[in-house]
Ligand binder design. Structure first.
Ligand SMILES: [Zn+2]
Length: 186
């Protein structure tokens, strides 16, 4: 370990999170550089340039700073956009907060709260909204039956499709389709 490296670990310099890792030799624990837990003595500290190196030497990730989950580094705005993009790309799958927050390396309840504050709607509402928008496209522009449109957009059953669609759009998928074609003919 160089003098510079020791200085970084000693100062818990957050700019080095993800670039260096701090091993505590006696405890066999590896931390992010900025982890506030546990004192750091120069004799008891090892520096790693990757988490894999530390794990290969038998260190376990610190339960407090979770070096295996590097954390969201962007702004709140970027976080909301990333959540939107993930939901749009995975709209046909069942909504899972655990999968979404895991993909973004962020705490689930923090993500829920941030999304709600920024957009005024919940993650689940947005997921249903995207599904219904895609279903509307199919109902208007394809020959698929109503239940096929529901299937293709990820709804588990026709009744689930009908229920969610009605809640979001104020009418059932069949009513929506009839209204659309009536309007085309008038
Ligand atoms: Zn730690």
């Amino acid at each position: 370990m160089t003098k510079e490296e020791w200085q970084i670990l000693h100062d818990r310099n957050p700019q080095y999170d993800g670039k260096l890792f701090c091993g505590l030799i006696a405890q066999k624990v590896v931390c992010q550089v900025s982890c506030p837990q546990r004192s750091r003595d120069i004799e008891n500290v090892a520096v790693f340039s990757s988490l894999e190196d530390a794990l290969a030497q038998g260190y376990r990730p610190c339960g407090h700073c979770r070096p295996e989950k590097p954390g969201w580094k962007g702004s709140r705005h970027e976080l909301v956009e990333a959540a939107r993009q993930y939901i749009e790309a995975h709209s046909t799958e069942k909504f899972s907060l655990a999968a979404l927050s895991g993909a973004l390396y962020i705490n689930g309840s923090y993500l829920l709260r941030t999304f709600k504050e920024a957009t005024g709607c919940t993650l689940l509402w947005y997921h249903n909204h995207i599904r219904c928008e895609k279903a509307k496209e199919l109902l208007m522009r394809s020959d698929l039956s109503v239940s096929q449109a529901g299937e293709q957009t990820g709804f588990a059953s026709s009744s689930h499709f009908s229920h969610v669609f009605k809640k979001m759009e104020g009418m059932t998928p069949s009513e929506f389709r009839s209204a659309y074609f009536r309007q085309l003919q008038s």
